[in-house]
Design a protein around this ligand. Structure first.
Ligand code: MV4
Length: 446
């Protein structure tokens, strides 16, 4: 097992990783920018190293500074958390070249899944269903016209290096394909330095359902069920649930079997999430994330497993030690992402928190690095707390969520708590029959 783990992140996820380390008896090293000298993740770590000025580019994205911090503190592993360097294959490679363990998948798998075209063809070859689309990159306009006509309009032009909603253009008919294809390529070249694009049939009212997996790199792969992440605005998720209100246990089992068998054949290791669109009873794989995700706690609550502990154990070369039949799903969990944003305009609201009273009680979990007196800096992501509730049924989880939201106090800065309170009261949300478009309409209608 590791002797010391450096956590290359900040905020609630740095605390989350520290908690797993502490339970494993492993000391932690925090890294921080000058803007984060007073941050909770620095206070709670065993050691800390300042790695640069406030801008993320010069601190949390500065691979050289982070590797120096690991070397001088004698850390033997690095956990990247989510965001920042977590899906940077070059960084993972550098970590390994320094003789340290990267707590995540191999650099080759990170690189493979970073290219959405490669990710899709690998998954398709291993029996995972896809959205109808081009077989690889579409490199000329004639091919774009021909393939779009064959798939049937509307189609989406997506960037191979994109993901998470960046670099997508829709073409509603043959008159729009030239513009969509050209703009997607130009924008992809400017944003990612890679102008490869591909085509997919545009699904008009899908749900976003993702599957959590863990793999030991030696062919043992298990899944921990799905999360429904359809409640998003401009590709920012606000609410996530485990399981999906739309899925039966049989559908989950079938999807899980396909996905785990594919990843076993790939020799995948550590944690991963497969993203699917789900519409009309059909799943279609779109992307794979090779990191721990923000919304991992809802899966932990329904499976009763510490996913970060498992990531660390697997990175240290330990066996999974259990199989799919050992994983049981109990009840329902819902997470609300509370951000330092105006609940109506979504403008960031950095500033000093004067009072912080998180909710508690049975089935309530709050992952947050806030404290009374803390100044939320303007330089980073606006997530300040995740409220997670767990209960035997979805209806009971909603009742618990309503109760917990009413208890939650953050004074000094505006947050999205009032928006979450409105969502939980909405009968559409309560019915659970929403798609990826539901929240944008909900927000616009108020
Ligand atoms: C799609 C789609 C409809 N049809 N692909 C956006 C993020 C990226 N991960 C994939 N995305 C989409 N791909 C086809 N063929 C609609 C979206 C999409 C979306 C997907 C998941 C969650 C939120 C979304 C919001 C808008 C569009």
């Amino acid at each position: 097992m590791f002797q010391k783990i450096l956590i290359a992140n900040r905020g609630e996820i740095a605390l989350r990783i520290q908690r797993a380390c502490r339970e494993l008896g492993i000391p932690t090293v925090a890294v921080h920018s000058t803007a984060d000298a007073d941050a909770m993740h620095v206070r709670l770590a065993d050691e800390s190293v300042c790695i640069g000025p406030p801008s993320a580019r010069e601190s949390y994205l500065n691979a050289a500074s982070i590797l120096s911090a690991a070397t001088i503190t004698g850390a033997d592993a690095i956990h990247p958390g989510y965001g920042f360097l977590s899906e940077n294959a070059d960084f993972a490679e550098m970590v390994e070249a320094h003789g340290l363990a990267f707590i995540g998948p191999s650099p080759a798998h990170i690189r493979m899944m970073g290219d959405k075209i490669e990710a899709k063809s690998a998954m398709a070859a291993l029996g995972v269903p896809l959205v109808p689309g081009s077989d690889g990159a579409v490199t000329d306009l004639d091919a774009a016209r021909r393939i779009a006509a064959a798939i049937g309009y509307p189609v989406l032009v997506k960037a191979a290096a994109g993901g998470g909603g960046r670099g997508m253009k829709v073409a509603n008919d043959a008159d729009e394909i030239e513009e969509a294809w050209r703009t997607a390529r130009t924008e992809a070249r400017a944003a990612f330095g890679n102008d490869a694009v591909y085509l997919e049939k545009y699904l008009d009212r899908p749900r976003h359902v993702e599957l959590q997996v863990l793999a030991d790199g030696r062919g043992q792969v298990v899944h921990f069920g799905e999360r429904d992440c359809s409640l998003q605005r401009r590709h920012q998720k606000l609410v996530e649930e485990a399981g999906s209100p739309a899925l039966s246990a049989a559908e989950r089992d079938a999807l899980g079997a396909r996905a785990t068998s594919a990843l076993a054949k790939l020799g995948y290791r550590n944690a991963g999430t497969l993203e699917f669109l789900y519409q009309d009873g059909q799943f279609a794989f779109i992307e794979m994330n090779t990191r721990l995700q923000v919304e991992h706690p809802v899966t932990e609550m329904v499976c009763g497993i510490d996913l970060v502990r498992e990531q660390i154990r697997l990175a240290a070369g330990q066996e999974l030690g259990y199989g799919q039949s050992d994983i049981r799903f109990s009840g329902h969990a819902i997470e609300c992402r509370v951000t330092a944003e105006d609940p109506e305009t979504f403008m960031p609201t950095p500033g000093r928190v004067t009072a912080f009273h998180p909710p508690g009680g049975l089935g309530v979990r709050v992952d947050s690095a806030l404290y009374a007196g803390y100044r939320v800096p303007p330089h980073y992501d606006s997530l300040v707390a995740k409220l997670i509730v767990h209960a035997p049924t979805r209806d009971q989880a909603i009742a618990r969520l309503r109760r917990a939201l009413a208890e939650f106090v953050v004074v000094g800065i505006k947050t999205t708590l009032p928006l979450h309170q409105r969502i939980v009261e909405d009968v559409g949300f309560q019915r659970g029959d929403y798609t990826i478009h539901w929240l944008e309409r909900f927000v616009a209608g108020h």
